[in-house]
Design a protein around this ligand. Structure first.
Ligand SMILES: [Zn+2]
Length: 414
């Protein structure tokens, strides 16, 4: 059975432009695939109609970098990265096990859907059981997710690892097992080999992770050049530039997601681009920890990340506005594209746009929140995109759908 949604349909196109149909329609089949999208007056007959007018139908958001166990730390304890990790975050992750992990992971995806996010690249805690809990919660929620345990064989917070000699092998063996169990490239869930960052890893662990990612054709994600202090320590320990540490380990791979990339030289930025890697730009987090401002250059794909819990919320709207506030980006259209189409492409997921043949991953935004009283009924596309970025919020997200299924519905009405 075909369901046709009628509303104001807005979606980024492959050619860099935007589709914008104030009285638009999107027909979705029973499998959750978009069959047809365009102006209402050119609709095909048949099936049922869901009238969403005057509200806005937009592709759902993609969060290219966040930490599931850190949701509880959002908005408190701001300090510098390395002190914050040690004092607040590692103890929080160390406790993310058992029932706490199960409940925490389920709460995370509820929050994420309420913010309009349909797909994410996520770090669990270092315990395999926390990875299991995150995958189980993502499957239950029905979202798309890339998930991995942050691999750490330098000062790990796990107390079950025994003598340091065997840590690297054990962590790689556990990751292999988790990958075999959960990695499903054709489905909504994928396992990611996730060296936490260079300072948490021996070269052997990073190399092992890169080899396994190649063997299983699985994604890689890590942090890169978030703060000056961290970047200096990496150079001191490894004797080379940050990107070259990862390159040497084999981690500069197509589809690899590098979070932050604030303190990079042009040469390093271009090396990422040549490898086909992408950057998860996390401006709310960079503001909160005082890490600096990423310089957004051409030559590689930039997606957006909430970086919860350094980022104070899972809201793509907050991330887009922080990018503008810090001067990293100036164009609402470019940010909205990064939060949808480019984000999905960066993570290798379908979706990110509303097109025939793609999955019906979309949000319904309340026009009453986005457009102020007195504004013209119909306005040009750039103005509409700007209003979505500058006036959007969780309160505007009326519903969130993945593969056509409504996974979240706003529980109050204005
Ligand atoms: Zn992070």
């Amino acid at each position: 059975m075909l369901t046709t949604y009628r509303g104001h349909v807005v979606s980024p196109r492959a050619d860099g432009g935007w589709d914008d149909w104030p009285d638009g329609r999107m027909a979705v089949d029973a499998s959750g695939t978009i069959r047809d999208v365009g102006p209402w007056k050119l609709r095909r007959r048949g099936g049922r109609t869901v009238d969403l007018r005057p509200h806005i139908v937009l592709p759902g958001f993609v969060d290219a970098h966040a930490h599931v166990p850190q949701l509880a730390a959002c908005g408190v304890h701001g300090s510098s990265l390395l002190a914050w990790l040690k004092t607040w975050i590692f103890p929080l992750e160390a406790a993310f096990r058992g029932e706490r992990a199960r409940r925490g992971a389920e709460a995370f995806f509820r929050e994420s859907l309420a913010e309009g996010t349909v797909a994410s690249a996520l770090y669990a805690a270092a315990w395999p059981e926390s990875v299991e809990a995150c995958f189980a919660a993502a499957r239950k929620a029905g979202v798309r997710a890339i998930i991995g345990p942050p691999l750490m064989d330098v000062e790990p917070y796990r107390d079950d690892l025994g003598r340091p000699r065997g840590w690297t092998e054990r962590l790689l063996a556990e990751a292999t097992q988790l990958c075999r169990r959960w990695h499903a490239p054709e489905g909504r869930l994928r396992f990611a080999f996730t060296p936490r960052f260079a300072l948490s890893c021996t070269p052997e662990l990073m190399e092992g992770a890169a080899e396994l990612a190649a063997r299983f054709n699985a994604p890689v994600q890590t942090h890169l050049a978030e703060t000056p202090e961290e970047t200096r320590l990496v150079r001191r320990r490894f004797g080379r530039a940050y990107v070259d540490v990862y390159r040497r380990a084999g981690l500069l791979r197509r589809g690899a997601v590098f979070a932050h990339a604030v303190w990079l030289k042009d040469r390093e930025w271009h090396a990422l681009g040549e490898a086909g890697a992408c950057v998860a730009h996390c401006p709310t987090s960079n503001l909160f920890l005082g890490s600096g401002t990423m310089r957004w250059r051409n030559g590689l794909r930039v997606a957006l990340g909430s970086d919860v819990g350094a980022g104070p919320s899972l809201s793509a709207f907050d991330v887009m506005r922080a990018s503008i506030a810090t001067g990293a980006a100036s164009s609402p259209a470019a940010l909205l594209r990064a939060a949808t189409r480019d984000g999905a492409a960066a993570l290798g997921f379908p979706g990110g746009s509303l097109e025939a043949g793609g999955p019906a991953d979309f949000v319904v935004l309340d026009r009453g929140v986005i457009v102020p009283p007195g504004a013209p009924d119909v306005e040009n596309t750039q103005d509409m995109l700007s209003r979505i970025v500058h006036r959007g919020s969780r309160a505007a997200v009326m519903a969130t759908h993945v593969d056509g299924a409504r996974l979240h519905q706003r529980s109050f009405h204005r």
